[in-house]
Structures are given as structure tokens and as C-alpha cells.
Design a protein around this ligand. Structure first.
Ligand code: 6GU
Length: 227
């Protein structure tokens, strides 16, 4: 999969060099590039922002550098998924990550300031598969941290990125529930014991216990997931 992130802070994406995603890049499973939006400006100050028409607080990102960057990055056949991290977008869920993990080419457009001139979205909706996506109901300073979270959630679902594909099956949200609690050795630690059933070797009982724990935990902390 090819992924690009367009940003005025390419350094945010340096962390993708490390850990599992770094390995996936080394092994050419993922081809990631951070693209500097300022490379698509033509003035001495590499200006990417301006004041909003109609007034209001803050600055907005100008459309022209975005247009030039996207002209270069989007596949001409319209197959690129253009993801705009925005608190005004649809909620990014595990199902979203699963959908996007099947794509060939993702471009993340990371806005700063009060956002991007709306005409960039109007123009792009005929040139790419456009998705405005939010991490949740809170505000970040820009799209970079959100894009990093989404890239990690998507990339780890691509075959070959995670060694143990089984670990993807029984994790939180993979079946609409939160994951059950897990334990390793020692069997007793600081007076706390590992539940007897997990040491019983009875796989049917273990599966039943885990399912109950998943349901109980979900009911307690995320009842909205059960609706
Ligand atoms: Cl995707 N972007 C920004 N700027 N803030 C957010 C967000 C995204 N998701 C939650 N808050």
C-alpha cells in the first residue's frame, strides 16, 4: 500500500520509522512518504495561510498549494482515497480501518489553523474518493496526530505488517466488543491471583469466561457499543 501525508510539519511522521510500521516500510509492505505542503508554494515566505472571507478568528489554509500537491499525488484514474482528518468528519472506527486497509493508495491531507478552504474538498470529490474523518469528539491542533493514529490502525491490518495475524482476531473492537482481561506468569503477584479458569486447560470454559468478561466490560464502560 502507498500512503502519503501532506503537511506543513513532515517531522511529525518521523515516528513511522520505528517499530512494526518501520519494519513494514523496510520490507516494502508499506510505501510511506510525508510531503511538505510548502514545497507547493511559490512566494519567498512559502505562505500556506490567509484570513477567512467574511471575517472570524484565525487563519485558513489557501487552496492553491493544496491543488498543486494533490495534482501531483492523486492517481489520475480517481482510485486514491483522500482522507481529511477533521473534527467535523465521520467517526473513524475499526470498521473504517478495515475498509481503508483494502485500498491501494491513501493520501492524508493534514490541515492546520482553522482548516482548509472549502473549495479544495469540492474540487477533490470528483478526483478521488474523499473522506472527512474524525478521531472523536475533541479538538486537536491539526490533522497530523490524527493521521498518525489512523495510519497505525490501518497499516497493522495489512497482511505481513503484524507477525501474528491471530492477534488481530481477538482484540478490542474486532467483534464490536471490548477485549477481555489478560494475564501472564506468575500465577500469583502481590497477592493477586490469575483467575482459576484460565489455568484450568478447559478451552470451552476459557472461551465462555472471556466472552462474559468482554460483555461485562463493554456494558460497564461502553454501553453504546451494545446498542
Ligand atoms: Cl481528525 N482532526 C483534528 N484537528 N481534531 C480532531 C480530529 C481530527 N479528531 C478529533 N479531533
Amino acid at each position: 500500500m502507498r500512503i502519503e501525508a501532506v503537511t506543513i510539519f513532515p517531522e511529525f511522521f518521523d515516528v513511522l520509522d520505528i517499530s512494526l510500521l518501520g519494519k513494514a516500510r523496510e520490507n516494502n509492505v508499506i510505501d510511506f512518504k510525508a510531503v511538505n505542503l510548502r514545497d507547493y508554494t511559490h512566494d519567498k515566505h512559502k505562505t500556506v495561510d490567509d484570513s477567512p472571507y467574511g471575517g472570524g478568528a484565525g487563519m485558513l489554509m489557501k487552496p492553491e498549494p493544496w491543488g498543486e500537491a494533490l495534482d501531483e499525488l492523486l492517481n489520475p484514474d480517481g482510485s486514491t482515497v483522500l482522507i481529511i482528518p477533521s473534527p467535523a468528519g465521520e467517526l473513524f472506527k475499526q470498521a473504517t480501518a478495515q475498509e481503508l486497509a483494502k485500498e491501494e493508495h491513501l493520501v492524508f491531507a493534514c490541515g492546520r489553523y482553522e482548516g482548509i478552504d472549502h473549495r479544495v474538498f469540492e474540487w477533490a470529490k470528483d478526483k478521488a474518493k474523499l473522506r472527512l474523518v474524525s478521531l472523536g469528539d475533541y479538538v486537536l491542533n491539526g490533522g497530523e496526530v490524527a493521521a498518525l493514529a489512523m495510519i497505525e490502525a490501518i497499516a497493522r491490518l495489512i497482511p505481513g505488517v503484524i507477525g501474528n495475524a491471530e492477534s488481530l482476531v481477538e482484540e478490542s473492537h474486532s467483534e464490536g466488543l471490548l477485549e477481555y482481561p489478560s494475564y501472564t506468569k506468575p500465577a500469583e503477584w502481590r497477592g493477586l491471583e490469575v483467575p482459576e479458569v484460565l489455568r484450568s486447560g478447559n478451552h470451552a470454559e476459557i472461551a465462555k469466561w472471556r466472552k462474559e468478561q468482554s460483555l461485562e466490560r463493554t456494558k460497564q464502560v461502553r454501553p453504546d457499543l451494545l446498542d
